[in-house]
Structures are given as structure tokens and as C-alpha cells.
Design a protein around this ligand. Sequence first.
Ligand SMILES: Nc1ncnc2c1ncn2[C@@H]1O[C@H](COP(=O)(O)OP(=O)(O)OP(=O)(O)O)[C@@H](O)[C@H]1O
Length: 334
Amino acid sequence: MAINTTPALEADGLVKTYSTGRGKPPIRALDGLSFAADAGTVFGLLGPNGAGKSTTIKILSTLAKADAGRATVAGIDVSRHPARVRKAIGFVAQKPVSDPVDTGRENLVLAGRLQGLSAPDARARAAELLDRFGLGDAADRQVKTYSGGMARKLDVAIGLMNRPQVLFLDEPTTGLDPEARAELWAEIEKMTRIENMTVLLTTHYLEEADRLAARLAIVDHGTVVARGTPEELKNGLRGDAVIIELAPDSDPAYALAALANVEALREIGADGRTIRARADLGAATLPQALAALELAGLPVASATVARPSLDDVYLRHTGRTLSKAQNHALENAS
Ligand SMILES: Nc1ncnc2c1ncn2[C@@H]1O[C@H](COP(=O)(O)OP(=O)(O)OP(=O)(O)O)[C@@H](O)[C@H]1O
């Protein structure tokens, strides 16, 4: 059997600039962004708000045009054959698409009809998806009576009505409580398997990328700064993270100077009172680090050793933690 090696999704050097009004400098949302995703897998684009994830999805789903670069979806060039691309994809936007006064079933059937299904096919597919997403009992209730998690599942089901080869999920769990988020993650995993499709997921949740994405690209300022499986990215860091929270009366600059003498520590940095460093054997190195701080008369509030996380990967490639970048993006937006 011939193996299909064409990536299900490919972005090559995408550039997109938005003009922001007279006299104001344009925003370069994408700055040569490239990645490729294999068929039948979940590919994650991870980055804070404003990194360029939605713009990438919009270009790949033909809702926006790139200024430069090339993109293909299911092997189809998005700028040359947008209509063909639209037939091959499903799109779940950040904002809900369902009509709150219609029932879940009515929303699904209407979406299916708009996507070109016959009435019987749309009804059958709606029933199948309602069942799959555990919405069978609520199928004939108005969507305005649904919980946030149920409404989000319905949005995803709407994106699946036409059995897409590629599904775009733009921050699918933003705004959901942890329980609803975990439930939707399980649904996304199951659905990718059952429907045998490729999913492009954007997220600013590290845990979500770690859990769902077979491979991911970390996006910062419109470009990919790191890519690989979550494990490859974490293993690339070598060693454990050593995190020391200084007590309020400890000066981080003095702490950095004191820790520079601990040979086993490397990549030592301070973010406010939080000192982060790496060590091959974190548990053995931590006592040495604490001793060096004590010798310098610098009290510590808490200390931990952790296996590398995607946040460490993010920090390595962008110089800041994802939560910090996310807060910064939200402050700029407000
Ligand atoms: N229509 C637009 N007009 C002007 N600027 C825009 C427009 N859309 C996006 N931008 C800007 O482009 C940059 C990238 O935005 P984009 O929405 O792609 O990022 P994101 O990573 O998806 O973040 P979010 O999760 O907030 O959507 C941001 O600086 C954003 O403010």
C-alpha cells in the first residue's frame, strides 16, 4: 500500500500585516510562520493571545489571505482553490456559532444543510453527533438552556457535520471550567480517532497542548520558535527545573550572584522573586542551592524541583513564561 506522505496541513513562510488606521504603524501578525501537520493527528499551535494563532487558522481556512507565503490543506492550495479547501474543512471559532433560541438538533441540521448535506443525511449525522457528544437528552432543548460546556460541544459538533478531513479548533476550551475542559479534551481525543481526521488546535493552555497535540509548534510574535512532540520539546531542555521562591526581604540580584557559585545549576534567571534554573539532577542540586542562599543571608519562601514542562520550553525559546506572556497580552488588550 502506498503511504501518503503529503502533510494534511502545511504553512510555509506565512506573512500577514494588518493596517490599524491612519498614522498608526501596521501590525505584523505573522512574520514568516511555517509548520506541517501529518494526516490523522492533532497538531497544536501554542502561544499567548496575540501570537498569531487565529490569523494562521483564518488563512488556512480561507477566511483571510496571506500577504506572502503558501499554505495547503489536505494537499489543496488555499489561495488557488479556496472553494475546494472549504469543502474539506470544519471550523470551530472562538465565539459560539449556534443560535440560542433553536434546539441543539435544529442547529446541527441547519449547519449540515448549509454545508451541503441532504435533509435525511443532515438529520442522521445530527443524531449521531448528539449521541457521540453526550447531548442526546438535551437535543430538543433550546441552546440557551445549555451549560457552557454543552454549548461548546455543540459548536464542535457543528464543525463536524460535513465529516471534514481537517478540523480547525480555535481555543476550544477557553472560558470553560476545569471539569468541562477535561470532558471536552476527552471528546476531542475520541473524535479524532473515530473520524480519522487531522485537527489543528490553537491554545494558550499548556496542559491542553501537552494532553492533545501529537506535535506542536510554539508561536511567538507571528513566528514558530520551537516545534516537535511535547516530549521532544521537554527533553530538549535536558534536566530538571529548579524553582526557588525568595522570601520578601531577599534581593533577587544577590540571589542570582550567590547561585552562580553552584556549579550544577545552569540557565539561572529571576522573574520577580522567582528564581528558575536547570540542573541534571535537580533533587541533588537543590540542597546546594539552598545552602548557597543561606550562606549569603538570603531567606527562601519555598523551593521545588520539577520535570521540564512546556512552560519551561516556552521560557527557553521566548525569554518569558507563557502565563506571563498571556497576562501581558491581556493587559495590552484591555
Ligand atoms: N483584524 C485585525 N486588525 C488589526 N489587527 C489584528 C486583526 N486581527 C488580529 N490582529 C492583531 O494581530 C496580532 C495577532 O492576532 P491573532 O488573533 O492572530 O493572535 P492569537 O494568537 O490568535 O490571539 P487570540 O487568541 O487573542 O486571538 C495581534 O497583535 C492582534 O491584535
